[in-house]
Design a protein. Structure first.
Ligand SMILES: NC(=O)c1ccc[n+]([C@@H]2O[C@H](COP(=O)([O-])OP(=O)(O)OC[C@H]3O[C@@H](n4cnc5c(N)ncnc54)[C@H](O)[C@@H]3O)[C@@H](O)[C@H]2O)c1
Length: 388
């Protein structure tokens, strides 16, 4: 039987653009039983830059106008990797044109915009996926399985922290991630969004939150160039105001009765990308740290007393999600594989005519918690998530 082909049009060609391009390229080699992504066209504003990216990443064509791209008859999926302020307009236009949607997180700048995106996708009857890639690490999938099968018992605590340090230097330029009108929020929407999604995935809905937040460095030099998490700028040049949080912390109560604590910061010196969580239950606990993403620390209360303790499980055996497609046990995988697994889910969903998971509903749910925390910070009080 001939394999289904899914034609992709992608917007944005830098950090996430490269990660998604790589996923499309690698997928058919390791996951031959799903639909095949066809890398039709990549879009960016700089003609020369996007042409170079198309050549380097393996796209058939480079284009500069996303409005034309989303209308094309030879595109099935619009993959949105532009900064967050662009997601809403692109998703609405692409849904109207009947395209499936794959959008990076956070879904939009506001809860209202993200709800409109979900509504547009549902009215158009298209598939919609949001880029919470950390769900797709096999060790995280193992944590999910242990919770779902009741092997950790009743869950008491979800404790999560996402720590980076790339803007500790006050002379680091004012990149788009530090501007509210482009990014929506700072560490909160960038890093905290991943923690919130992992909490939803692993423990379920939250009912109420209370948060605190700060911006440690209020002004920075304007950048002369930027991409992803890097930028150039001069200390002698003009400066601009930082309009997002540098760090946001919050507490949460889950519908299940579990308690949650969350910390997202770009000021944790020495932490490059420490995306971690712990879950403590009546029968055991798990601990995950993205910098050791192949491992899950697992503890069971019913182990014999003389060998009790956390054990290191390497999630690379055939017993683990996605591991069969890769290398022999113990041969580890990396960051880029989370995106490949994410795209496998998108291709499977299109082939099986179902919604992928996580989808825009998960994106909206995340945005609701993000905004509930912001409201809590502004009004210095507990906020019920359903107020929003
Ligand atoms: N899943 C993750 O872990 C993760 C990691 C990083 C970024 N992100 C998200 O991905 C998105 C992009 O972030 P990034 O780090 O790749 O940014 P980036 O600055 O590296 O790249 C942004 C790209 O978008 C293009 N672009 C901007 N405006 C455009 C427009 N109007 N039309 C066409 N192209 C446009 C730029 O030319 C550039 O190619 C953001 O929403 C971000 O929050 C997610």
């Amino acid at each position: 039987m001939e394999q289904q082909q899914v034609r992709i049009g992608m917007i944005g060609y830098k950090f996430m653009g490269k990660a998604h391009s790589h996923a499309y390229r690698d997928l058919p080699m390791f996951f031959p039983n799903t639909a095949v992504p066809v890398m039709k066209a990549i879009c960016g504003r700089n003609e020369e830059g996007v042409r170079q990216a198309a050549r380097q990443f393996g796209w058939e064509e480079a284009v500069v106008d996303w409005r034309e791209l989303v209308e094309r008859d030879d595109i099935d999926v619009v993959d949105i990797n532009a900064p967050s302020d662009a997601h809403h307009a692109i998703a609405l236009a692409a849904a109207r044109a009947g395209k499936h949607l794959f959008c990076e997180k956070p879904l939009a700048l506001t809860l209202a915009d993200s709800r409109e995106m979900l509504q547009a996708a549902e009215s158009a009857g298209v598939k919609h996926m949001v880029g919470f890639n950390y769900r797709f690490a096999p060790a995280v999938q193992l944590a999910k399985k242990l919770v779902e099968e009741g092997r950790l018992g009743r869950i008491f605590h979800f404790r999560a922290w996402f720590l980076q340090d790339w803007i500790v230097d006050p002379e680091f330029p004012l990149v788009w991630r530090l501007q509210k009108e482009i990014a929506g929020s700072g560490a909160h929407g960038d890093l905290g969004a991943h923690l919130i999604d992992l909490a939803h995935f692993l423990v379920g809905d939250m009912t109420e939150v209370v948060g605190m937040s700060d911006t440690f460095i209020k002004e920075r030099p304007l950048p002369s160039s930027m991409t992803g998490l890097s930028a150039k700028g001069s200390s002698d040049g003009p400066r601009g105001e930082v309009t997002v949080d540098d760090a946001t912390l919050f507490l949460a109560r889950f519908a299940s009765g579990a308690l949650g604590s969350f910390e997202a910061t770009r000021f944790a010196s020495g932490h490059r990308c420490t995306n971690s969580f712990e879950i403590n239950g009546s029968k055991g606990s798990v601990k995950f740290d993205f910098e050791r993403m192949n491992e899950l620390q697992v503890y069971f209360t019913d182990d014999a007393a003389d060998v009790q303790g956390f054990r290191r499980v390497l999630a690379t055996d055939p017993a683990h999600a996605y591991a069969d497609a890769w290398w022999p046990p113990g041969h580890t995988i990396g960051y880029e594989h989370t995106f490949i697994h994410e795209v496998v889910e998108l291709m499977d969903a299109i082939r099986e005519d179902r919604q992928p998971v996580p989808n825009f509903r998960d994106g909206v749910k995340c945005q609701q918690v993000l905004e509930a925390v912001e409201l809590s910070v502004a009004e210095k009080r507990w906020v019920n998530v359903n107020e929003l």
